[in-house]
Design a protein around this ligand. Structure first.
Ligand code: CP
Length: 308
């Protein structure tokens, strides 16, 4: 049985296959309408979500399967003190596959030891969000047709932004990808991303504090929200909350071929007037999340022998 706990659980070949499967689903969704007939997905969300939970549920429904689960810890027996391992052990008796979001880093991994079915990490604290990364990769593939020879700007809260950590891990495995890490010093990527991911990969990277200087070089600009819920004090959050706001004047020197991405939700870091620019792809990115999650559900169930 396979789980998806971090992006690196998948080989590059498996990612390629999943992207191809998602592209086929996009071109002929009807072909997949009964692939998961009789199967159940449980969504165990101990933290708020709109896109990830609902796109997982829509994905399973479009595959002919059913969904069950909860959207907050307060409505589960976690509120009575049940451990996450016990919860997963129970739910794996009721469902064929589980997508879990949890505020504690490593909770999906710990749960996977007790689970009888595949566990998908749908975001664990500030650590990782591998299905967002698959969403991002499908978006990059659809926009650029490749993953290599790209300059990727990541902007905002790079310290707590788990989508950024997962995306760097994924993109640094491809050839000639350069990273521009745009953040205030206090919100730069954790040290392990430099020492354990970027340095060993040999990928070029720069760390800067302003958005405009590197804008003309970027093929992709990945904006992120300042993660209010992960700050230790409101004062610290308020200091950084308006650190970067992408608006049309800031795009003046950007490439016409730039792809602007954001995992969403947006607070104020992208001005709404950018939404109408053809380079803004963040809402299409959210739609891609449903297609790649359909491909992921099929793949994990097949690898586990639950689907032919
Ligand atoms: N991108 C993302 O994880 O969004 P949600 O928090 O709404 O699931």
């Amino acid at each position: 049985m396979r789980h998806l706990l971090d992006t690196t659980d998948l080989s590059l070949e498996e990612i390629d296959d999943m992207i191809k499967l998602a592209m086929d689903i996009i071109s002929d969704g009807k072909k997949y309408a009964h692939v998961c007939d009789g199967k159940k997905l449980a969504t165990l969300f101990f933290e708020p979500s709109t896109r990830t939970r609902l796109s997982f549920e829509a994905a399973m429904m479009e595959l002919g399967g059913n969904v069950l689960g909860f959207s907050e810890a307060a409505s589960s027996s976690a509120a009575k003190g049940e451990s996450v391992e016990d919860t997963v052990r129970m739910v794996s008796c009721y469902a064929d596959i589980i997508a879990m979001r949890h505020p504690l880093e490593g909770a999906p991994k710990v749960s996977s030891f007790k689970s009888g079915v595949p566990i998908i990490n749908a975001g664990d604290g500030g650590h990782a969000h591998p299905t967002q990364t698959l969403t991002d990769l499908l978006t990059i593939y659809r926009e650029k047709g490749r993953f290599d020879n790209l300059t990727v700007g990541l902007c905002g809260d790079l310290k707590f932004g788990r989508t950024v950590h997962s995306l760097i891990k994924a993109m640094s495995r491809y050839e000639n990808v350069s990273f521009v890490l745009i953040a205030p010093k206090e919100l730069q990527v954790p040290d392990y991303i430099i020492t354990d991911v970027l340095e060993p990969s040999g990928a070029k990277y720069v760390q800067v504090e302003d958005m405009e200087s590197e804008m003309p070089n970027l093929d992709i600009l990945y904006m992120t929200r300042i993660q209010r819920e992960r700050f230790f004090s409101e004062e610290e959050y308020l200091k950084h909350k308006d650190a970067f706001i992408l608006d049309m004047p800031k795009l003046e020197n950007a490439k016409q071929s730039l792809t602007i991405m954001h995992p969403l939700p947006r607070v104020n870091e992208i001005s709404t007037d950018v939404d109408d620019d053809p380079r803004a792809k963040y809402f299409i990115q959210a739609l891609n999340g449903k297609y790649i999650r359909m491909a992921l559900i099929i793949s994990l169930l097949k690898w586990g022998g639950a689907l032919e």
